[in-house]
Design a protein around this ligand. Sequence first.
Ligand SMILES: [Fe+2]
Ligand SMILES: [Fe+2]
Length: 172
Amino acid sequence: MLSKKICVALNKHTNTELYSAYLYLNMSSAANAMGFKGAANWFMVQYQEEMVHFMKFYTYLNSQGEQARVEQMAAPPGTFKSMLQMVEETLKHEQFITGCINELTDLAVKEKDHASQIFLQWFITEQIEEEENDRELIGKLKLIGDNGYGLLMLDNELGQRVFTPPATAGGA
Ligand SMILES: [Fe+2]
Ligand SMILES: [Fe+2]
C-alpha cells in the first residue's frame, strides 16, 4: 500500500515520463526535417525508451492497488534551430528528470516506503546513462561544428541505434 503523498507524486511523474516521450517524438520529426535521418532514428529510440519508463510507473502504481491516470499536459517544444540545440535541450530535460527521481526517492525514504525505494533505484541508474549519452553526443557535435562530412558520419552512427525491448516487465 502506498501513502497518499507517494501515490500523488508517482502519478505526477508517470505523466512526466509520458511528456518525455512526446518531447523526443517532436525532436525526431525536427531531426528528420533537418535532413538527419539517423538522428531522427536516435530520437525515435529515445521515445520508445520513454514509453517503457512511463509504463514502468503506470504498472507499478496499478500493481500497488492504485489507479494510474494520464492527465492533460503542455505540448512539448517542436521548433529547434540545430541538432546541437536539440541535444542540449535533451540533456537539460534529463537533468530535470534526475532531479524528479531524486525528490521521489527522498519522499519514499521519508515515508518509510521500502517498495518504492527499490522501484526507484532502477531509475537512479538509468538517469546516469541518459545524461552520459547526451553529454557524449554534445561533445561530438561541438567537435564537428559545421563540418558537413562530420555531421554525415555522426548521423550515420545515430542511425545504427536500436531499441532493445525490456527482457521482463521490469527491464529496459
Ligand atoms: Fe525517462
Ligand atoms: Fe536509457
